[in-house]
Write a protein that binds this ligand. Structure first.
Ligand code: PHB
Length: 399
């Protein structure tokens, strides 16, 4: 039953797992990825759309042949809208950085296509995938392939990049693992619509009716969200009601009108802030949503997953090639330092822009004060811009 052996076995073939495999391949390490989903299903999953400059750099490597720079759109700012008025946060002017609008399904397409091209070992549609013997010197993964044949692949290290419902996480003994969780009393109702863009940049709008985000996908497809009750059934909303709700939340004296069109996708996205500490136990390492999730307001989820593997890949390479495990020993602390900054940013943006279901008048007015304190100050806007566009990998305090 024991097949081949590899340097690193990766459970998960989403963006974190595949990007890690690409980085390791460049370092000369052998990998296998196993994922319970069908490749086609991951390709069709609509998720986040904003990439930090650090994520774009990773994707721009020539061996990925990504279309991020040709098809993605550079955004040099966002629009914070409240009291019916827009306030631009100019990332370029404030911190000299930009973000790129490039949907996660496109990013997955690039990584999966490049994996095929380079002949990498990626097994989709498997069942029962789990880490084995992570406390021994010969760990590995067990899974059953799509034909029903069980496999064991031995490796030097195992990486759990298996998403928010991670199986790998449970391999860290309970007594050594701490979970930090924060729940929210609202969710996002997300739509995809065939319509022209309503604005050149993303609009994050706070209104007395709740939050709305006007995002984009292309010249003729747009992505928009509005705050809703987490129990909302997306099919209970008609197109007419959705447009009325979105419009109400961006209304203002400047007469902003959303450009409407047929809606072809409706989903309710639940919010959760979650951190698993540590992200490492013996020969197992967690990356991406397996170790942490953030609410989508700061667009940090995918970027954090990519930041994890940016730290993990050279650490695994040093351990396999040079028998030097020092970087691996630091991985969890290094990754968690960024994770907690992103947790704070996502929580802050979420609180500032959403309306609590039972929000009192004081807090509703105070939130407007908070937004004003940001947009009326160069320092306030620069703080937001620095966080939104992404921190450098080495924090200033460490150098
Ligand atoms: C998106 O376009 O899907 C998107 C953009 C920004 C966010 C969240 C989602 O903060």
């Amino acid at each position: 039953m024991s097949d081949r052996s590899v340097d690193v076995a990766i459970i998960g073939a989403g963006p974190a797992g595949l990007m890690l495999a690409h980085l390791l391949r460049r370092e000369g390490l052998s990998t296998v990825n196993v994922d319970s989903r069908l490749e086609e299903k991951i390709r069709r999953t609509h998720r986040a759309g904003i990439l930090e400059h650090g994520s774009v750099e990773m994707l721009s490597h020539e061996d990925l042949n990504s279309r991020v720079l040709s098809e993605g759109h550079r955004h040099d700012g966002i629009d914070l809208r409240f009291g019916g008025q827009s306030h631009r946060v100019d990332f370029q002017a404030l911190v000299g950085e930009s973000v790129w609008l490039y949907p996660q399904n496109e990013l997955f397409h690039d990584l999966a296509t490049a994996a095929h091209r380079h002949g990498m070992d990626v097994r989709y549609n498997v069942t029962e995938a789990r880490p084995m013997d992570i406390e021994s010197d010969s760990p590995g993964v067990y899974f059953v392939d799509e034909g029903g044949t069980p496999h064991e692949i031995r490796s030097r290290y195992v990486v759990g990049a298996d998403g928010s419902r991670s199986v790998c996480r449970a391999s860290i003994p309970e007594g050594l693992r701490r979970h930090y969780v924060s729940e929210y009393p609202f969710a996002w109702f997300g739509i995809l619509t065939e319509a022209p863009p309503s604005a050149p940049e993303l609009i994050y709008a706070r209104s007395p009716h709740g939050f709305a985000l006007i995002s984009q996908r292309s010249a003729d497809v747009q992505r928009m969200y509005f705050q809703c009750d987490p129990e909302t059934d997306p099919n209970s909303w008609s197109e007419e009601d959705i447009w009325a709700e979105l419009q109400k939340r961006v209304e203002g004296p400047d007469g902003l009108r959303l450009k409407t069109g047929p809606i072809f996708d409706k989903t309710v996205l639940k919010f959760r802030s979650f951190v698993c500490d540590p992200m490492h136990h013996e020969h197992l390492f967690l990356a991406g949503d397996a170790a942490h999730t953030v609410p989508p307001t700061g667009a940090k989820g995918l970027n954090l997953a990519l930041a994890d593997v940016r730290v993990l890949a050279p650490a695994l390479a040093a351990a396999v090639r040079d028998e030097d495990e020092r970087l691996l020993a630091d991985y969890s602390d290094t990754a968690l330092a960024r994770v907690w900054k992103a947790q704070n940013f996502s929580y802050w943006m979420t609180g500032m822009l959403h309306q609590e279901p039972d929000e009192n008048e004081f807090n509703a007015a105070r939130r407007l004060g908070e937004l004003r304190a940001v947009v009326d100050s160069q320092h306030g806007k620069a703080f937001l811009a620095e966080q939104y566009t992404g921190w450098p990998d080495t924090p200033a305090s460490a150098v």
